[in-house]
Design a protein. Structure first.
Length: 298
């Protein structure tokens, strides 16, 4: 009985009890699906069938001969390389403005954060689709300046850019983190720089960016992962068209799994994307030692 009481009141036991919901959720909704997906990636499996036939590495070999897969990977990389830097730059710019002294700064932060709360919804994607439609707001503005209308979603070379702009518009979460980081930079650094005669641009390059570099690293990794998983914009606005010009990787995985009923092939694509994302994240981490500043380095 005494041993049982010691076990119940043990600090480790209390910790496990509080962690149990997370552990249960992780096992049921993350680990088990991942292991199942890995198994199905080596099989020929379709939804609704009871059995899956083992095909070895055939699904992975098929990827190298799938033109749409190669194109979707290239489009997704282009989307990531353009949208993530623009999003972070815009978020940092807005954060810098909102950390300046103002009575309405709290209201401004709330208004600027709204896009991230609603920006991923289907309703907003539909609104975005209407804004860039042939007779939408953007073309109406161009017409007001005497310019010809642009068929944004009908041109393969242009269709991706409205999706990129929608991603940049959802800058709220990164902006809040940048704003918190800007508040933590000691004002004494800027005061010393002013005494030395440093201008605003030089203070930004020599003080603000180095001090924010750990936060930039965090936002860079999180937004890169998020961009690789972009799905809603392409699914709702363009359905991957025209001519697969906006066929994002996640959308192609969805099509293979639920439209063409090739679940085994879709699982293999998912694992390839996991490997690609892991490699890129590793490269970012390895390169961070050259540009991320920490107090220990000073």
């Amino acid at each position: 009985m005494n041993k049982f009481k010691k076990f119940i009141y043990n600090d480790n036991t209390v910790g496990y009890v509080f962690a149990l919901p997370f552990i249960f959720g992780f096992l049921c909704f993350s680990l088990v699906p991942m292991v199942t997906s890995l198994y199905y990636s080596f099989t020929d499996y379709s939804l609704g069938t009871k059995s899956a036939s083992f095909v070895g590495l055939s699904n992975f070999a098929r990827l190298f001969t799938d033109d749409i897969f190669i194109k979707s990977l290239g489009i997704t990389l282009k989307y990531v390389l353009i949208s993530v830097p623009l999003k972070l730059a815009f978020a940092l710019f807005v954060a810098f403005l909102l950390t300046r002294k103002s009575k309405a700064v709290t209201l401004y932060r709330s208004l600027y954060y709204i896009p991230s709360l609603v920006g991923g919804s289907i309703a907003v994607a539909l609104v975005w689709k209407q804004i860039f439609a042939r007779k939408g707001l953007i073309n109406s503005v161009l017409d007001g300046f005497g310019l010809s209308a642009i068929n944004w979603f009908g041109d393969e070379k242009l269709a991706l850019f409205p999706l990129i702009l929608m991603s940049v518009w959802q800058f709220g979460s990164s902006m809040i983190i940048f704003a918190a980081g800007l508040k933590e930079i000691p004002t004494s650094y800027y005061e010393a720089a002013m005494i030395d005669g440093a201008g605003g641009w030089k203070k930004f390059l020599k003080i603000t960016l180095p001090c924010l570099s750990p936060i930039i690293l965090y936002n860079l990794i999180m937004q890169t992962i998020s961009a690789f998983m972009a799905f809603t914009q392409a699914f709702v606005i363009t359905q991957g068209g025209p001519n697969n010009g906006t066929m994002m990787y996640a959308l192609y995985v969805y099509n293979q799994a639920f439209k063409y009923n090739n679940m085994g092939y879709a699982c293999s694509m998912s694992w390839v994307m996991l490997v690609v994302m892991s490699i890129i994240t590793l490269v970012i981490f390895k390169s961070s030692k050259f540009w991320v500043f920490s107090e220990a380095d000073s």
